[in-house]
Design a protein around this ligand. Structure first.
Ligand code: NAP
Length: 260
């Protein structure tokens, strides 16, 4: 059994990390840990996932949000015991994958826990949207956010996308500042699609310059954007838990009531 800890850069999280290290007897291994403890918030958990996508993640929440976290500061001993004894429950969380190509024909691939976005912060993007191999719409605007069910409460929610119960198997496509005119007409509401649906965004347009693709907290800066394909991944994130809060309690704890 081996483990490592990813810590948010604040005094409380650092002090909890020190305490965890003093209580865990398993081997500390930053190369290939079986378990990773993310001490902080959802941003810390995203970093832990991208560094160690195949490890089992314990999310210990020390901030005000912590939608993903299954453990609180009062659970330090529970986590230490779980790792020392290699004993915990695992829930699997859906991920999405993205393949995209820039204007020079360079190919990229990544996996997201929350969402993938394509944005043109300076010039509007002109994109043809295909869903499941069928043409869907001509888009012109700032971009798109494509999110997982657990990512629906992140950027997607700020874009007025739907909050999705993670027990539903789906992928969500949300517009970012679409221009609607006679030339470009979009659905103008979030599309919640089945997980068998592949979303393709295509363009040959030289207008799509200085675009950014983001994969959770990772930015890819592109001179020009040509094509993107997003689909539900066959692999899952493995999250450890003891007492799992249900979805509505998480929503309430994170967005409606302080410190619940
Ligand atoms: P950040 O900009 O420092 O933090 C973004 C905020 O989103 C943090 O408060 C974070 O919670 C929260 N968050 C992350 N995942 C969440 C989830 N699944 N449900 C509810 N809240 C969630 O960036 P970061 O910490 O590196 O995280 C990257 C994420 O920021 C991206 O995946 C994207 O979803 C989000 N983002 C949001 C907007 C927006 O809402 N306008 C814009 C850009 C990016 P903690 O405080 O617990 O870390």
């Amino acid at each position: 059994m081996s483990y490592c800890i990813i810590t948010r850069d604040d005094i409380k999280s650092k002090s909890i990390t020190k305490e965890l290290k003093s209580k865990i007897k398993a081997k500390y291994d930053e190369e290939n840990p079986k378990c990773v403890i993310a001490v902080g918030g959802d941003g810390t958990l995203l970093r832990a996932f991208h560094l160690y996508p195949n490890s089992i993640i314990f999310g210990l929440h020390t901030g005000h949000l912590g939608f993903y976290s299954n453990y609180f500061v009062s659970d330090i001993d529970t986590i230490a015991k779980a790792i020392n004894e290699d004993s915990y429950n695992i829930e699997e969380i859906d991920l999405i994958e993205v393949d995209f190509i820039d204007g020079y024909g360079n190919h990229y691939h990544d996996k997201a826990l929350n969402e993938v976005t394509i944005v043109g912060p300076t010039r509007t993007l002109r994109i043809d949207v295909y869903i499941g191999n069928n043409f869907f719409e001509h888009f012109r605007g700032t971009g798109f956010c494509i999110s997982t069910p657990t990512g629906s409460t992140a950027y997607n929610k700020s874009l007025n996308g739907s909050v999705v119960d993670p027990s539903l198997k789906c992928i969500q496509l949300t517009e970012i500042a679409a221009i609607n005119s006679n030339a470009y007409r979009t659905i103008s509401s979030p599309m919640v699609l089945g997980i068998d649906k592949i979303i393709e965004l295509k363009s040959d347009d030289t207008h799509n310059t200085n675009a950014f693709v983001t994969v959770d907290d990772k930015p890819y800066s592109l001179d020009t954007f040509r094509e993107m394909k997003v689909y539900t991944s066959k692999s899952k994130l493995k999250m450890a838990y003891h007492n799992r809060q249900d979805f509505l309690s998480r929503i309430s704890r994170t967005f409606l009531n302080d410190n619940k």
